[in-house]
Ligand binder design. Structure first.
Ligand code: SF4
Ligand code: SF4
Length: 109
C-alpha cells in the first residue's frame, strides 16, 4: 500500500494521470541569464465536478489530512474540500476518484 501511495504521489507531482493540469512550465523565465527565480507557487487544489461526482466517498478516504467530506445538495451527495489552506496538493483524491470527477487546479490571484 505504501508503494502504491508513493507511486501515486510521484505520478501526481509529475502531472501524469487524470485530472492533472499541464501548466508546469508556465511562469518560467525561459532561461534568461540574471532573471529572478519564480516565487514558490501555491499547491493545486482539487475541484470537484458535481455533475460527475456520485458521492461514493473514495476521495474522502484517500485524503490523509481528512480535508474532504461529503455534502448533500438537492438530494445528491458530492465531495467538498474543507480547509483548503491545509491541502498539500498531493492529488491522491483525484487519482482515487473512479469517475474522473476531480481536477487539480492551481489557484489564481
Ligand atoms: S471519489 Fe469521485 S465520485 Fe467519489 S465522492 Fe470523491 S469526487 Fe465524488
Ligand atoms: S490533494 Fe491531497 S491533501 Fe488535498 S484534498 Fe486531495 S488528497 Fe487531500
Amino acid at each position: 500500500m505504501v508503494m502504491v501511495r508513493q507511486w501515486a504521489a510521484s505520478r501526481a507531482q509529475s502531472g501524469v494521470g487524470r485530472g492533472m493540469e499541464t501548466d508546469d512550465n508556465q511562469g518560467q523565465t525561459g532561461g534568461i541569464a540574471g532573471a529572478q527565480p519564480t516565487p514558490a507557487r501555491r499547491p493545486r487544489l482539487p475541484m470537484v465536478d458535481t455533475r460527475r461526482c456520485t458521492g461514493c466517498g473514495r476521495c474522502v478516504g484517500a485524503c490523509a489530512p481528512q480535508l474532504l467530506s461529503l455534502d448533500v445538495q438537492h438530494w445528491k451527495k458530492h465531495a467538498v474540500l474543507q480547509g483548503a489552506e491545509r491541502c498539500t496538493g498531493c492529488s491522491l483524491c483525484a487519482l482515487r476518484c473512479p469517475f474522473d470527477a476531480i481536477r487539480m487546479v492551481r489557484p489564481t490571484g
